[in-house]
Design a protein around this ligand. Structure first.
Ligand code: ADP
Ligand code: TRP
Length: 321
């Protein structure tokens, strides 16, 4: 039997190449060999977005991103989290066995509060909703970036506690991280994130992308001097996009000197457009075909819901409701 893969991304803003290399690329790698459920976590995004039009537009935009990068809906079930109301029911049931301490330890919650978000219940309970997303489809593998690792560990703990309390119903999932792209740096060298505004998106217009790439922070080594590629953000991003030979060529250029950061940025820019040429074309086509995108999401929701309902029947019986 094929393994079940599940993952989602919050529609809390434009997706970027950190999301692509940290999470989305893994969906592409797994779609042939596994049964994949990929969704748009719009309930989760409500912890940061309180504007209905923004939430709606962002939700569709994540769907466009998923389809444009090459998710094949013949193989992947693509849907919106909010089309599966059972997930909220399971969240409540899981909440009743989730120790407070488990949630209090979550870095993501602490970081968000430290960054000025209001400490409301939704933000605190966020990992329980995420556990519910994962467990309701009996997922085997959860491909995510490194910052979501702890949430998958919380999910495992919740599943084990549920099974110990009510019987072996839920599957304990495994995380999948792409170690070499677990944290993609942003243009200022910190983790790429929309909340730091240091991100490069896949689908912005050419001028915006050029401005972003040209403003990647580098040190002040003069053009003629040799440079250390391993300490450079431009090289770190080039490594994600280029072939092995192209990477060694750029490494040599850095080491031999006479090669400036401006040259490297131009090469990165060209590589970027080459790498994302097809997805960018597809994104623009899909933008003019939103009815098709809605239809895909509707079909995906029907399939996902069938699975969710099955699990909920077992869960309800096990807990006595
Ligand atoms: P952001 O930090 O921009 O708000 P999200 O938290 O919505 O991004 O992340 C969505 C997915 O993309 C998660 O699986 C996350 O681990 C992954 N991801 C986000 N940023 C990066 C990054 N810079 N490097 C690697 N993976 C990332
Ligand atoms: N919390 C994840 C993020 O911020 C999104 C998410 C919600 C998710 N539910 C999930 C990821 C279930 C994997 C599995 O990116």
């Amino acid at each position: 039997m094929k393994k079940i893969v599940l993952s989602g991304i919050q529609p809390s803003g434009t997706l970027h190449i950190g999301n692509y290399f940290g999470a989305m690329k893994q969906y592409l790698e797994l779609q042939d060999e596994c049964e994949s459920f990929i969704f748009i976590a719009n309930y989760h995004a409500m912890t940061s977005i309180k504007d209905k039009n923004l939430l709606r537009n962002n939700t569709i935009d994540v769907a466009l991103n998923y389809l444009a990068i090459g998710l094949d809906t013949e193989k992947v079930t693509l849907f919106k989290q909010s089309d599966i109301p059972e997930v909220c029911e399971l969240t409540w049931i899981l909440s009743t066995i989730t120790p407070m301490g488990l949630l209090e330890r979550c870095h993501s919650y602490k970081d968000k509060i430290a960054n000025g978000m209001s400490p409301d219940h939704g933000l605190f309970a966020y990992p329980v909703l995420m556990a519910s997303d994962i467990l309701i489809y009996k997922s085997d593998i959860v491909p995510v970036g490194k910052d979501q690792k702890q949430h998958v560990e919380v999910t495992r703990d919740i599943a084990i506690k549920f099974n110990n309390t009510f019987g072996e119903i839920l599957k304990v999932p495994d995380i999948r991280l792409n170690e070499d792209t677990a944290v993609v740096p942003g243009i200022d060298g910190r983790k790429m994130s929309k909340s730091y505004d240091n991100h490069i998106t896949m689908f912005d217009d050419e001028k915006t992308i050029k401005n972003k790439i040209m403003s990647i922070v580098t040190d002040s080594t003069p053009l003629e001097k040799p440079k250390d590629p391993e300490k450079c953000n431009v090289f770190a991003l080039y490594k994600l996009l280029a072939t092995k030979d192209e990477i060694s060529k750029m490494r040599e250029n850095y080491l031999k000197g006479g090669y400036g950061y401006g040259h490297a940025k131009k090469e990165l820019l060209n590589k970027f457009f080459e790498f994302f040429e097809k997805p960018r074309k597809k994104y623009n086509e899909l933008k003019n075909n939103l009815d098709y995108v809605e239809l895909i999401l509707k079909k995906g929701a029907e399939k996902a819901r069938t699975e969710a309902v099955k699990t909920m029947q077992e869960v309800r019986k096990a807990v006595g409701i």
